[in-house]
Design a protein around this ligand. Sequence first.
Ligand code: NDP
Length: 487
Amino acid sequence: MALLDDRLLWIGGQYVAASDDSFFDTLNPATGEVICRVARAGAEDVDKAVAAAELGQREWAAMSGAERGRVLLRTAQLLRQHCDEIARLESLDGGKPIAETPEADVGSAADCLEFFAGQAASLQGEYQPVPGGFFYTRPEPLGICAGIGAWNYPVQIAAWKSAPALAAGNAMIFKPAELTPLSALRLAELFKDAGLPDGVFNVVQGFAETGQALTAHPRIAKVSLTGEVGTGKAVMRAAADTLKGVTLELGGKSPLIVFDDANLDNAVGAALLGNFYTQGQICTNSTRVFVQESIREKFIEKLVARAGKMKVGDPLDPDTDVGPLISAEHLQNVLAYIDKGKAEGGKLLLGGGRAEVPGCEGGNFVQPTIFDGLRDDMTIVREEIFGPVLSLLSFREEGEVLERANNTEFGLAGGVFTRDIQRAHRVADRLDAGIVWINHYNLTPVEMPFGGFKQSGIGKENSRRAFEHYTRLKTVYVAAGDVDSPY
Ligand code: NDP
């Protein structure tokens, strides 16, 4: 028997059944049990959501920025009030440790809504005198935006996409990943409780074809996707038919470079955070850890000792550090990468297989895994694994490590640990990555632009920069004199 009641689609401020009344199951990754059935949206449902969003968006865009900001702020307050409940839901649906979800998921979503609540009244254009008159510009909402989410940070992604979109006066139709559809619906309920007009935020659960229906829809102006590189390319190609704008937050294989003058404990802490938080299912993770040769042994000793103490367990247990991977299929992918690492000659320093968790026999658990003895051309060093697998590499000098760090099709993030301030900034300058952390890793405050280079994506989320991707700039010329026409 399912744990929760069926979940329907959220369209026009209420729950509605899918047109063909179809459902899919969402599972608990810690046990393999069905949590509940979830309505599956088809193209007809996407049409309904678009019609509802058009009505809602007109009302919403006519409100002042300050009024819109108040609604977003109230939503953030409600999220914080219901933090425990939503964090639990997120841990149940996504397998994320309950030690993480209150802050990293619910808190991060609330931070984002608060930030854009404060920005909603501050969208400004410019004014400039020009020959014969002047012009001004108006940042206008795009209309209806689609958000398509990945499964690793479900409620955070829903907020990172909807908060700037709504603050700028757009409506959003959000499709959560089919593996984690529950928390976006809870967010939709809280938006309504906070006073959001019906139709401004809609949730259509489903699979790739639901995303395709959104991407192809002629009355949707923009699509923002978080997902894999291949999905990003498919979305961009499909968006070309209606010339939609796209924001793409895609995968990575990011480097963390540790120089011999670094604070070793901090660097080890960052390498652990950047590989094992959320079971390693984080796009920006520092999966290639480059350590300068002279400190290699010390670094390894500290790293393996601390990683070995991490507790793999039931995500609802507050002592758990590492929960299950999202699905049985993803577990097989990650195990296949581990096997490839071994077959290609990698040396295991820790882990390297499935983990058993008493009471969670059907769960998708993997041991935190550390490989040494690797070369840059090995599969596990080149490809995104999206699991708790750290690749250790060593280097001699700065120029060499920069060249190797940048030798990838990805360009999402990177980190450098050193006490040499000039070297820190030089490395930050030369890393070909959208986000660089100096002496830390994976912190993403909402004030900071977030997004990748190269095949890791297009556009930025968070910060005021996000508005550039959710507004269109209209230029208005105003004549100061008569029309001097030769005709
Ligand atoms: P996917 O690319 O498989 O899926 C992302 C979303 O796109 C899902 O909702 C999926 O639907 C949907 N989708 C799949 N195919 C299409 C299509 N053709 N058209 C429209 N929508 C489609 O990614 P995952 O969910 O597996 O997430 C993991 C990936 O996300 C990793 O590569 C990771 O690096 C990346 N990621 C990037 C982040 C960033 O900010 N840069 C942050 C987090 C993750 P369905 O529900 O069927 O899966």
